[in-house]
Ligand binder design. Structure first.
Ligand code: P6P
Length: 332
Protein backbone atom coordinates (compact mmCIF):
# COMPACT_ATOMS: atom_id res chain seq x y z
CA UNK A 1 0.00 0.00 0.00
CA UNK A 2 1.35 3.43 -0.98
CA UNK A 3 2.40 5.69 1.90
CA UNK A 4 -0.31 8.33 2.59
CA UNK A 5 0.32 11.94 1.48
CA UNK A 6 0.78 14.36 4.38
CA UNK A 7 -0.50 17.94 4.39
CA UNK A 8 3.00 19.41 4.24
CA UNK A 9 4.02 17.10 1.38
CA UNK A 10 0.89 18.25 -0.50
CA UNK A 11 1.61 21.93 0.11
CA UNK A 12 5.29 21.55 -0.79
CA UNK A 13 4.37 19.81 -4.05
CA UNK A 14 1.85 22.54 -4.90
CA UNK A 15 4.45 25.24 -4.21
CA UNK A 16 6.75 23.71 -6.87
CA UNK A 17 4.27 25.10 -9.42
CA UNK A 18 5.38 28.62 -8.38
CA UNK A 19 9.00 29.14 -9.60
CA UNK A 20 9.49 32.10 -7.27
CA UNK A 21 8.23 30.26 -4.18
CA UNK A 22 10.69 30.68 -1.30
CA UNK A 23 9.11 28.23 1.13
CA UNK A 24 7.64 31.08 3.21
CA UNK A 25 4.06 30.04 2.49
CA UNK A 26 4.86 26.42 3.38
CA UNK A 27 6.34 27.60 6.70
CA UNK A 28 3.17 29.61 7.35
CA UNK A 29 0.92 26.63 6.62
CA UNK A 30 3.02 24.43 8.90
CA UNK A 31 2.30 26.95 11.68
CA UNK A 32 -1.43 26.82 10.91
CA UNK A 33 -1.41 23.01 10.89
CA UNK A 34 0.52 22.86 14.19
CA UNK A 35 -2.00 25.18 15.84
CA UNK A 36 -4.85 23.00 14.56
CA UNK A 37 -3.23 19.86 16.01
CA UNK A 38 -2.76 21.51 19.40
CA UNK A 39 -6.33 22.81 19.47
CA UNK A 40 -7.71 19.44 18.31
CA UNK A 41 -6.06 17.74 21.28
CA UNK A 42 -7.58 20.19 23.76
CA UNK A 43 -11.04 20.14 22.14
CA UNK A 44 -11.09 16.33 22.03
CA UNK A 45 -10.29 16.14 25.74
CA UNK A 46 -12.28 19.25 26.69
CA UNK A 47 -14.69 17.31 28.85
CA UNK A 48 -11.79 16.20 31.04
CA UNK A 49 -9.68 19.32 31.05
CA UNK A 50 -9.60 22.72 32.66
CA UNK A 51 -10.73 24.53 29.50
CA UNK A 52 -14.46 23.87 29.76
CA UNK A 53 -16.76 26.83 30.36
CA UNK A 54 -16.54 30.60 30.09
CA UNK A 55 -13.53 32.82 30.68
CA UNK A 56 -15.58 35.65 32.18
CA UNK A 57 -14.39 37.97 29.36
CA UNK A 58 -16.38 39.40 26.43
CA UNK A 59 -14.83 39.92 22.99
CA UNK A 60 -15.03 42.90 20.68
CA UNK A 61 -18.33 41.52 19.41
CA UNK A 62 -19.70 41.63 22.97
CA UNK A 63 -19.92 37.83 23.02
CA UNK A 64 -18.95 35.79 26.07
CA UNK A 65 -15.54 34.23 25.48
CA UNK A 66 -15.07 30.55 26.34
CA UNK A 67 -11.81 29.44 27.92
CA UNK A 68 -11.23 27.33 24.81
CA UNK A 69 -11.61 30.46 22.61
CA UNK A 70 -8.78 32.13 24.50
CA UNK A 71 -6.63 29.01 24.29
CA UNK A 72 -7.23 28.60 20.55
CA UNK A 73 -6.53 32.27 19.88
CA UNK A 74 -3.30 32.26 21.90
CA UNK A 75 -2.18 29.06 20.13
CA UNK A 76 -2.64 30.61 16.68
CA UNK A 77 -0.97 33.87 17.69
CA UNK A 78 2.06 31.98 19.06
CA UNK A 79 2.58 29.59 16.13
CA UNK A 80 1.97 32.23 13.45
CA UNK A 81 4.21 34.78 15.16
CA UNK A 82 7.02 32.25 15.64
CA UNK A 83 7.03 31.16 11.98
CA UNK A 84 8.38 34.60 11.02
CA UNK A 85 6.42 34.75 7.75
CA UNK A 86 3.42 36.82 8.93
CA UNK A 87 3.31 40.64 8.97
CA UNK A 88 -0.17 41.05 10.47
CA UNK A 89 -2.85 39.00 12.22
CA UNK A 90 -6.57 39.64 12.73
CA UNK A 91 -8.68 37.40 14.94
CA UNK A 92 -12.31 37.31 15.96
CA UNK A 93 -11.01 37.33 19.52
CA UNK A 94 -8.84 40.43 19.14
CA UNK A 95 -10.28 43.95 19.04
CA UNK A 96 -7.21 45.22 17.18
CA UNK A 97 -4.81 43.50 14.77
CA UNK A 98 -1.38 42.24 15.73
CA UNK A 99 1.33 43.83 13.55
CA UNK A 100 4.61 41.93 13.22
CA UNK A 101 8.02 42.78 11.72
CA UNK A 102 8.71 39.39 10.13
CA UNK A 103 11.91 37.55 11.07
CA UNK A 104 14.55 37.62 9.65
CA UNK A 105 13.22 39.51 6.60
CA UNK A 106 10.03 41.56 6.27
CA UNK A 107 7.11 39.10 6.14
CA UNK A 108 4.86 38.97 3.10
CA UNK A 109 1.65 37.38 4.41
CA UNK A 110 -1.24 38.55 6.58
CA UNK A 111 -3.55 36.03 8.24
CA UNK A 112 -7.18 36.46 9.32
CA UNK A 113 -8.76 33.79 11.48
CA UNK A 114 -11.58 32.72 13.73
CA UNK A 115 -9.63 30.56 16.16
CA UNK A 116 -12.58 28.55 17.41
CA UNK A 117 -15.93 29.10 15.77
CA UNK A 118 -19.00 27.70 17.49
CA UNK A 119 -17.22 27.21 20.80
CA UNK A 120 -20.51 27.39 22.73
CA UNK A 121 -21.11 23.89 21.32
CA UNK A 122 -18.04 22.32 22.94
CA UNK A 123 -19.72 21.61 26.26
CA UNK A 124 -22.18 19.33 24.43
CA UNK A 125 -19.60 17.73 22.12
CA UNK A 126 -20.91 19.31 18.93
CA UNK A 127 -18.18 19.74 16.27
CA UNK A 128 -16.45 23.14 16.20
CA UNK A 129 -13.77 24.56 13.97
CA UNK A 130 -11.05 27.03 13.08
CA UNK A 131 -11.33 29.19 9.95
CA UNK A 132 -8.40 31.04 8.32
CA UNK A 133 -7.55 33.16 5.29
CA UNK A 134 -4.14 34.25 3.97
CA UNK A 135 -3.52 37.51 2.08
CA UNK A 136 -0.35 38.73 0.41
CA UNK A 137 0.98 41.91 2.02
CA UNK A 138 0.03 45.18 0.28
CA UNK A 139 1.66 47.67 2.71
CA UNK A 140 5.28 48.78 2.28
CA UNK A 141 7.36 45.68 3.02
CA UNK A 142 9.84 47.45 5.27
CA UNK A 143 8.61 46.78 8.76
CA UNK A 144 5.43 46.02 10.64
CA UNK A 145 2.41 44.90 8.70
CA UNK A 146 -0.67 47.11 8.58
CA UNK A 147 -4.44 46.71 8.84
CA UNK A 148 -4.78 47.29 5.09
CA UNK A 149 -2.90 44.05 4.55
CA UNK A 150 -6.09 42.36 5.80
CA UNK A 151 -8.79 44.77 4.60
CA UNK A 152 -8.76 43.14 1.16
CA UNK A 153 -11.64 41.58 -0.80
CA UNK A 154 -11.84 37.79 -0.31
CA UNK A 155 -11.10 37.45 -4.05
CA UNK A 156 -7.55 38.60 -3.15
CA UNK A 157 -6.99 35.64 -0.82
CA UNK A 158 -3.96 33.51 -1.73
CA UNK A 159 -5.15 30.67 0.51
CA UNK A 160 -7.98 29.79 2.87
CA UNK A 161 -9.10 26.80 4.85
CA UNK A 162 -10.49 25.38 8.03
CA UNK A 163 -9.98 22.70 10.65
CA UNK A 164 -13.04 20.78 11.85
CA UNK A 165 -12.79 19.23 15.30
CA UNK A 166 -15.47 16.55 15.13
CA UNK A 167 -15.75 12.75 15.07
CA UNK A 168 -12.38 13.06 13.32
CA UNK A 169 -10.25 16.15 12.84
CA UNK A 170 -10.34 17.40 9.25
CA UNK A 171 -8.17 20.05 7.61
CA UNK A 172 -9.38 21.53 4.31
CA UNK A 173 -7.48 24.17 2.32
CA UNK A 174 -7.09 25.73 -1.08
CA UNK A 175 -4.49 27.95 -2.73
CA UNK A 176 -6.75 28.47 -5.73
CA UNK A 177 -5.83 25.20 -7.44
CA UNK A 178 -8.55 22.90 -6.14
CA UNK A 179 -9.78 22.26 -2.62
CA UNK A 180 -8.15 19.43 -0.69
CA UNK A 181 -9.14 17.66 2.53
CA UNK A 182 -7.01 15.87 5.09
CA UNK A 183 -7.85 13.70 8.10
CA UNK A 184 -5.73 13.79 11.23
CA UNK A 185 -4.02 10.56 12.32
CA UNK A 186 -3.11 11.16 15.97
CA UNK A 187 -0.79 8.12 16.07
CA UNK A 188 1.34 9.68 13.30
CA UNK A 189 0.63 13.27 14.35
CA UNK A 190 -0.04 14.07 10.69
CA UNK A 191 -2.90 15.33 8.53
CA UNK A 192 -3.22 12.70 5.75
CA UNK A 193 -4.82 13.38 2.35
CA UNK A 194 -8.34 11.93 2.41
CA UNK A 195 -10.39 14.16 0.05
CA UNK A 196 -8.38 15.15 -3.05
CA UNK A 197 -9.83 17.90 -5.26
CA UNK A 198 -13.21 18.31 -3.54
CA UNK A 199 -16.04 19.42 -5.87
CA UNK A 200 -19.35 20.70 -4.51
CA UNK A 201 -22.23 18.76 -6.13
CA UNK A 202 -24.06 21.26 -8.34
CA UNK A 203 -27.35 20.11 -6.86
CA UNK A 204 -27.82 18.65 -3.39
CA UNK A 205 -30.76 17.78 -1.15
CA UNK A 206 -29.99 19.50 2.16
CA UNK A 207 -30.88 23.00 3.33
CA UNK A 208 -29.10 24.32 6.41
CA UNK A 209 -30.48 27.41 8.16
CA UNK A 210 -31.85 28.47 11.52
CA UNK A 211 -35.51 28.53 10.51
CA UNK A 212 -36.51 29.85 13.94
CA UNK A 213 -35.47 33.26 12.59
CA UNK A 214 -37.62 32.93 9.44
CA UNK A 215 -40.21 35.50 10.68
CA UNK A 216 -37.42 38.09 10.89
CA UNK A 217 -36.09 37.50 7.37
CA UNK A 218 -36.35 40.02 4.55
CA UNK A 219 -39.16 39.35 2.02
CA UNK A 220 -36.78 38.24 -0.74
CA UNK A 221 -35.08 35.75 1.58
CA UNK A 222 -38.50 34.37 2.54
CA UNK A 223 -39.44 34.06 -1.15
CA UNK A 224 -36.19 32.25 -1.86
CA UNK A 225 -36.49 29.71 0.95
CA UNK A 226 -40.19 29.06 0.37
CA UNK A 227 -39.54 28.44 -3.35
CA UNK A 228 -37.30 25.56 -2.21
CA UNK A 229 -39.18 24.25 0.83
CA UNK A 230 -42.75 24.76 -0.44
CA UNK A 231 -42.41 24.58 -4.24
CA UNK A 232 -45.76 25.12 -5.95
CA UNK A 233 -47.52 21.89 -6.77
CA UNK A 234 -45.02 19.39 -5.40
CA UNK A 235 -43.19 18.24 -2.30
CA UNK A 236 -39.82 19.73 -1.48
CA UNK A 237 -36.83 17.65 -2.53
CA UNK A 238 -34.81 19.01 0.42
CA UNK A 239 -34.34 17.91 4.01
CA UNK A 240 -33.09 20.17 6.80
CA UNK A 241 -29.80 19.79 8.68
CA UNK A 242 -28.60 22.56 11.00
CA UNK A 243 -25.80 21.99 13.51
CA UNK A 244 -25.46 25.64 14.52
CA UNK A 245 -21.70 25.40 14.09
CA UNK A 246 -20.60 27.09 10.86
CA UNK A 247 -17.59 24.88 10.11
CA UNK A 248 -19.65 21.69 10.61
CA UNK A 249 -22.55 22.96 8.48
CA UNK A 250 -20.25 24.34 5.78
CA UNK A 251 -18.09 21.18 5.64
CA UNK A 252 -21.16 18.99 5.09
CA UNK A 253 -22.41 21.40 2.41
CA UNK A 254 -19.00 21.41 0.69
CA UNK A 255 -18.97 17.59 0.47
CA UNK A 256 -22.68 16.89 -0.13
CA UNK A 257 -23.94 20.06 -1.81
CA UNK A 258 -27.23 21.77 -0.99
CA UNK A 259 -27.49 25.19 0.63
CA UNK A 260 -26.27 26.83 3.85
CA UNK A 261 -27.69 30.23 4.58
CA UNK A 262 -27.33 32.71 7.36
CA UNK A 263 -29.17 35.73 5.91
CA UNK A 264 -29.52 39.23 7.29
CA UNK A 265 -32.65 39.78 9.37
CA UNK A 266 -34.37 42.51 11.36
CA UNK A 267 -32.14 41.82 14.39
CA UNK A 268 -28.93 41.58 12.36
CA UNK A 269 -29.40 43.83 9.30
CA UNK A 270 -25.80 43.23 8.19
CA UNK A 271 -25.98 39.51 8.97
CA UNK A 272 -24.31 37.73 11.90
CA UNK A 273 -21.28 36.05 10.33
CA UNK A 274 -18.03 37.98 9.81
CA UNK A 275 -16.89 38.78 6.31
CA UNK A 276 -13.12 38.66 6.83
CA UNK A 277 -12.56 35.45 8.79
CA UNK A 278 -15.76 33.44 8.32
CA UNK A 279 -17.66 34.19 5.10
CA UNK A 280 -14.63 35.21 2.99
CA UNK A 281 -12.58 32.02 3.50
CA UNK A 282 -15.62 29.80 2.90
CA UNK A 283 -16.56 31.79 -0.21
CA UNK A 284 -13.02 31.23 -1.53
CA UNK A 285 -13.27 27.50 -0.81
CA UNK A 286 -16.74 27.02 -2.27
CA UNK A 287 -15.98 28.97 -5.46
CA UNK A 288 -12.70 27.01 -5.89
CA UNK A 289 -14.68 23.78 -5.46
CA UNK A 290 -17.18 24.76 -8.19
CA UNK A 291 -19.83 26.03 -5.75
CA UNK A 292 -21.18 29.55 -5.19
CA UNK A 293 -21.09 32.11 -2.36
CA UNK A 294 -23.20 35.25 -2.17
CA UNK A 295 -24.73 37.64 0.32
CA UNK A 296 -27.94 37.49 -1.68
CA UNK A 297 -26.99 40.48 -3.83
CA UNK A 298 -23.30 40.09 -4.76
CA UNK A 299 -20.55 37.48 -4.64
CA UNK A 300 -18.92 37.38 -1.21
CA UNK A 301 -15.55 37.37 -3.00
CA UNK A 302 -16.18 40.90 -4.26
CA UNK A 303 -17.14 42.47 -0.91
CA UNK A 304 -14.70 45.12 0.32
CA UNK A 305 -14.30 44.94 4.13
CA UNK A 306 -14.36 48.37 5.76
CA UNK A 307 -13.36 47.09 9.21
CA UNK A 308 -11.80 43.85 10.46
CA UNK A 309 -15.05 42.74 12.08
CA UNK A 310 -17.57 43.58 9.35
CA UNK A 311 -20.56 41.23 9.24
CA UNK A 312 -22.34 39.85 6.18
CA UNK A 313 -25.18 37.63 5.11
CA UNK A 314 -23.85 34.31 3.80
CA UNK A 315 -25.40 31.91 1.31
CA UNK A 316 -23.12 29.08 0.13
CA UNK A 317 -23.70 25.81 -1.65
CA UNK A 318 -23.89 23.99 -4.95
CA UNK A 319 -24.17 26.28 -7.96
CA UNK A 320 -27.68 25.08 -8.94
CA UNK A 321 -28.99 25.21 -5.36
CA UNK A 322 -27.74 28.77 -4.82
CA UNK A 323 -29.12 29.86 -8.19
CA UNK A 324 -32.50 28.26 -7.42
CA UNK A 325 -32.62 30.18 -4.13
CA UNK A 326 -31.63 33.47 -5.81
CA UNK A 327 -34.19 32.97 -8.59
CA UNK A 328 -36.88 32.34 -5.99
CA UNK A 329 -35.76 35.38 -3.99
CA UNK A 330 -35.95 37.63 -7.04
CA UNK A 331 -39.27 36.29 -8.31
CA UNK A 332 -42.15 38.77 -7.89
P1 P6P B 1 -27.42 30.83 15.48
C1 P6P B 1 -21.69 30.03 16.20
O1 P6P B 1 -22.00 30.91 17.27
C2 P6P B 1 -21.88 30.83 14.91
O2 P6P B 1 -21.03 31.92 14.88
C3 P6P B 1 -21.63 29.91 13.72
O3 P6P B 1 -20.72 28.91 14.00
C4 P6P B 1 -23.00 29.34 13.43
O4 P6P B 1 -23.18 29.05 12.05
C5 P6P B 1 -23.93 30.46 13.86
O5 P6P B 1 -23.22 31.27 14.82
C6 P6P B 1 -25.17 29.93 14.53
O6 P6P B 1 -25.96 31.05 14.85
O7 P6P B 1 -27.99 32.24 15.52
O8 P6P B 1 -28.18 29.94 14.52
O9 P6P B 1 -27.22 30.20 16.83
Amino acid sequence: MEAPVTLIEHITASQRQYPLATGAFTMLMEAVALAAKIIAHEVNTAGLGRLIGLSGRRNVQGEEVAKMDEFANATFVHTLTRCGEVCALASEELAVPIRLPGVPDPAHYAVVFDPLDGSSNIDVSVPVGTIFGVYRRVSAADGLGAVEDMLQKPRALVAAGYALYGSSTNFVYSTGRGVHGFTYDPTLGEFLLSHSDIRVPARGSIISANLAYRPRWEPDTERGISSLLEPSGSDTRYSLRYVGSLVADAHRTLLKGGLFLYPADRNSPQGKLRLLYEAGPFAYLFENAGGKATDGRQPILDKQPETLHDRTALIIGGREDVDAFLNGAQST
